[in-house]
Design a protein around this ligand. Structure first.
Ligand code: DC
Length: 224
């Protein structure tokens, strides 16, 4: 169904299984995985380190003009993230950085810069782009769009299991509250809010395994 150089977008809230599924789908198709959330996280890290006041649009704009972001595919499914030539792959993966990313992502200047970079990265196609607005704003002409959802309770359960597996502590109620807070912020913001594209295939992964979702997506994508 898809032609050479296709673009596939996968959007949805945090904890819907998006990252794992996007990475897997990209690996199966031999496509590049474009993790747009990682880019918002990296900008968030820089904003925090420099103590930039987000209301100060001039300083924010200057900082963005002087920011270099690179996503480098690793040997496996993992992508390494470089912020001004410093590897920040792990530093951006904390829950706190997720919240900071959510805040910076509401700013039009940040979105404009990252959308531009993402389009550059997708120029040659053969990309699985994952995020909140990849089907609606970044790649409206994408060949195949998915919106992956799951109930807040299921997403909180998955997040707890992940943390416990890593030997960390997990408070279910706190995580559930955090998820709801971030969903609300991401879907009610003025610029590029989290929502399915009109032509997206909506998948509720609450009762599906990762393998089932990937198999279903491969079927929809057809022969790339
Ligand atoms: O997918 P993630 O948890 O790594 O994303 C972190 C934050 O970045 C998320 O809360 C909202 C923002 N984001 C965005 O606004 N647009 C995207 N395309 C991807 C992420």
């Amino acid at each position: 169904m898809t032609k050479q150089g296709a673009i596939i977008t996968i959007d949805g809230p945090s904890g819907s299984g998006k990252s794992t599924i996007s990475k897997r789908l990209a690996a199966k198709l031999g496509y590049t995985f474009l993790d747009t959330g990682a880019m918002y996280r990296a900008v968030g890290l820089k904003v925090e380190r420099l103590g930039i006041d987000l209301a100060d649009t001039e300083t924010l704009g200057r900082m963005l003009d002087n920011t270099e972001l690179r996503l480098v595919p690793g040997t496996d499914e993992h992508v390494r993230v470089y912020l001004d030539n410093e590897e920040v792959t792990l530093a951006i993966r904390t829950a706190a950085m997720g919240l900071v990313a959510s805040k910076v992502s509401a700013h039009p200047a940040v979105r404009t810069k990252l959308t531009h970079l993402q389009r550059e990265m997708g120029r040659k196609g053969r990309v699985v782009a994952e995020g909140r607005d990849t089907g609606t704003v970044v790649f409206p002409e994408a060949d195949c769009k998915f919106f992956l959802d799951a109930s807040p309770d299921e997403r909180a359960r998955r997040r707890c299991a992940q943390l416990l597996e890593k030997g960390q502590t997990a408070d279910y109620e706190e995580i559930l509250a955090q998820i709801k807070k971030r969903d609300h912020a991401d879907s009610t913001r003025t610029h590029a809010p989290l929502k399915p594209a009109a032509d997206a295939v909506i998948i509720d992964s609450s009762t599906m395994s990762i393998d089932e979702v990937v198999a279903y997506m491969l079927e929809r994508v057809g022969d790339p």
